[in-house]
Write a protein that binds this ligand. Structure first.
Ligand code: AMP
Ligand code: GLY
Length: 432
């Protein structure tokens, strides 16, 4: 088949790497891609929201399957655009339509959805822009820390955790009255703070049946020991040792099944990934958020542990044919370290020449913000590359990842030094 991957991050490079291994894949394209994807596929310089250009590309290259990486084109209705066009309607798409994408595109929608289907989640109340007074009064009744969430997409920045009621009042004013996040904060959720350890669970569904992918833990803050500002993610590991069989059964029974059944009951078609952000509170799972795509950098540790032909699973999901499909997951550990531009997530420079790019079979270097310039691979974003290591133990995987990271250089390279260390401290890191 001819396959198009939409996006340009480490996630999309990892998809390209895994999809390339499938005998079902004939021609592979990535739009717009990066310097890593061009080693495996043909990059096409079209942005993820340029639907008209994507249409022409699909017709020209006779695309059979589209895998959508980021949320923006999904929330923007890429699937709906394709389904409405008779020339495109036979193309299989992994990624939901506008309605299903509301699970990520509107935190109010997803909260109400969870409540309707008894999915465990933090208590919350939603306030509109004209309800600032009510919101301020409500905050008086809350116990800090208080979680404020902009309803819409805010590039991962829309969640604020306030240490005091006064601080929360200031923030909610900024969000509702001064549109701190533009239209995304026209509605704000005030949410109860959950105290626990986070992890992410990934599901591939056709809207009726599903397979559960390996779980992962992300490291969101820029600094070692989870300090400093939030980022898109600075590293990830899989599996997550505290996600044992008992916990994962609770996740499946209390979260995954009710979510997929809920979509079906409400008549919301959904062919694609559901990324469930969870808090483990004393052994009980609570949903923090849904995303309608895979995570980045979680994909860089999740896909290497899947032993199936990924294209077979993607086609089955897109066709509504997942019933009876099973997933085979390697017992190996995977760890990934994000190599970032100095200064990220604040201002940073681009265009630095990267040296030391190598790859061997134990470790995998995925590109994110890179591009080819005058025959050099140069930095082209905040998160530049992710180095994934694979091993029989978490220690081995982390060692592989850091070995790879240390072999890469550019002026101003920065990465966290403690990916996986919290889980190693939790003890019981096991060998297969
Ligand atoms: P989100 O954008 O929903 O992923 O939220 C960003 C981060 O805020 C999450 O990864 C959590 O670390 C934190 N967070 C979100 N909701 C809560 C909550 N109810 N309690 C504690 N932390 C939260
Ligand atoms: N790493 C978090 C995300 O992809 O949303």
């Amino acid at each position: 088949m001819n396959i198009l991957i939409i996006g340009n991050g480490g996630r999309e490079h990892t998809f390209a790497w895994k999809i390339r291994q499938s005998p079902l894949c004939k021609n592979l394209y990535v739009a717009p891609g990066n310097a890593g994807t061009m080693m495996l596929a043909e990059n096409i310089n079209i942005g993820v929201e340029e639907f008209d250009k994507l249409k022409l590309l699909c017709l020209d290259k006779k695309i059979d399957l589209i895998v959508v990486g980021p949320e923006v084109p999904l929330v923007g209705g890429l699937r709906n655009y394709f389904e409405a066009d008779p020339l495109l309607s036979t193309i299989l798409i992994v990624g939901p339509g506008k309605e299903g994408a509301q699970l990520e595109g509107s935190k109010d929608f997803s909260k109400q959805f969870m409540l309707r289907h008894n999915v465990p989640t933090a208590k919350a109340r939603t306030f509109h822009a004209h309800e600032t007074t009510e919101a301020l009064n409500y905050l008086e009744t809350c116990t800090p820390p208080i979680v404020l969430k902009a309803d819409g997409l805010a590039a991962g920045k829309g969640v604020i955790i306030s240490p005091s009621i006064d601080e929360a009042k200031k923030e909610i004013r900024e969000m509702l009255e001064h549109k701190k996040f533009g239209n995304a904060s026209a509605k704000v959720l005030v949410e109860e703070f959950l105290n626990g350890i986070e992890l992410s669970v990934f599901v591939l569904t056709d809207g009726k049946d599903y397979v559960v992918l390996p779980e992962a833990k992300d490291y969101k803050r820029i600094g070692d020991g989870d300090t400093g500002p939030n980022t898109g993610g600075m590293g990830a590991v899989s599996p997550v040792i505290f996600a044992d069989t008992l916990f994962m059964k609770k996740v499946e029974d209390q979260v995954i099944k009710p979510t997929v059944d809920g979509l079906k009951k409400e008549g919301i078609p959904f062919q694609g990934f559901i990324f469930v952000g969870l808090m483990n509170v004393n052994g009980e799972p609570y949903v923090i958020e849904y995303n309608v795509r895979m995570g980045d950098p979680e994909t860089e540790v999740v896909l290497p542990r899947i032993e199936n032909d990924l294209v077979e699973l993607l086609v089955a999901a897109a066709k509504g044919d997942l019933s009876g499909k099973t997933i085979s997951i390697s017992k190996e550990f995977a760890a990934t370290v994000v190599l970032a531009s100095g200064g990220y997530p604040n201002a940073f420079e681009k265009g630095k020449v990267i040296s030391g790019i190598t790859s061997d079979k134990m470790s995998t270097l995925f590109h994110a913000g890179t591009k080819l310039q005058d025959n050099n691979v140069v930095t082209n974003g905040g998160r530049v590359m992710t180095a994934t290591g694979i091993g029989n133990t978490l220690i081995d995987a982390v060692k592989q990842a850091y070995g790879m990271a240390e072999s890469i250089q550019w002026d101003g390279i920065y990465y966290r030094k403690d990916i996986g260390q919290d889980l190693l401290r939790l003890g019981s890191q096991s060998s297969s």
